[in-house]
Design a binder for this molecule. Structure first.
Ligand SMILES: [Fe+2]
Length: 183
C-alpha cells in the first residue's frame, strides 16, 4: 500500500473521527449501563449502595442527553458503536450477582464491579474531553467534562461506601464463618 504524507487537514479530520467514534462508543456504553444498573440496585442489600445505584441510573440518563447535545453541536446524528468492553464488564457484574453468596460479600463485590465500569468510563470520557479541547470544540468538551466529573464523583462515592463499612462487614462475615467452622 502506498503511503502518502498526510496534510494538516487530514490529520485534524482523523482526530475528529476519533472523537466521533469515541462518543458513539460512549453512547452505547451509557445505554448498556442503564440496563445493568437496575439489576445492580436490586441485588444490593446496603440501603445506601442500593440508592446510589438508583441515583446513578438517573444521572446516566442525563449523560445520554448530554452526549446527544454534543453530537448535535458537531452536526452528527447520535449513533451507537457497539462496545464489547462494557458488555464484558457488565457480564462480570452479572457473574457476581449470580455466584457471590452472602449479602455482605455481594455488596463488596458489587462495588468492585461498579468501579470497573466507572474507571472504564473515566478513561473514555478523559480522552474524548482532551480531543474535543484540542480541536477547539469547547462546548462539546465542557459537556463531556461534566459527565467525566459525575463519573469521578460516583467512583469516589463507591470508595467511601466500601471503606465506610461494606468491606468491613464482608470481612466480619468471613470471620464469623471461620468461627462457625471451628466450633
Ligand atoms: Fe456514565
Amino acid at each position: 500500500m502506498a503511503t502518502t504524507k498526510k496534510s494538516k487537514s487530514q490529520e485534524s479530520m482523523t482526530l475528529h473521527d476519533l472523537l466521533i467514534t469515541k462518543m458513539q462508543s460512549l453512547y452505547d456504553v451509557e445505554h448498556e449501563i442503564t440496563k445493568a444498573l437496575p439489576k445492580m440496585a436490586k441485588a444490593a442489600s446496603d440501603a445506601e449502595l442500593k440508592s446510589g445505584f438508583e441515583e446513578h441510573l438517573e444521572q446516566t440518563k442525563g449523560q445520554i442527553e448530554r452526549l446527544e447535545k454534543a453530537f448535535e453541536l458537531l452536526n452528527e446524528k447520535p449513533k451507537k458503536l457497539k462496545s464489547e468492553a462494557i458488555r464484558g464488564l457488565i457480564a462480570d457484574g452479572e457473574w457476581v450477582i449470580k455466584n457471590v453468596e452472602g449479602s455482605e460479600a455481594l455488596d463488596a463485590n458489587l462495588i468492585a464491579a461498579a468501579q470497573y465500569v466507572e474507571h472504564y468510563e473515566i478513561a473514555g470520557y478523559g480522552s474524548a474531553v482532551e480531543w474535543a479541547r484540542e480541536m477547539g470544540h469547547t462546548e462539546v468538551a465542557d459537556l463531556l467534562e461534566e459527565t467525566l466529573e459525575e463519573e469521578e464523583a460516583t467512583d469516589e462515592k463507591l470508595n467511601e461506601l466500601a471503606t465506610s463499612g461494606v468491606n468491613e462487614r464482608a470481612n466480619d462475615m468471613d470471620e464469623e464463618d471461620e468461627e462457625t467452622k471451628l466450633m
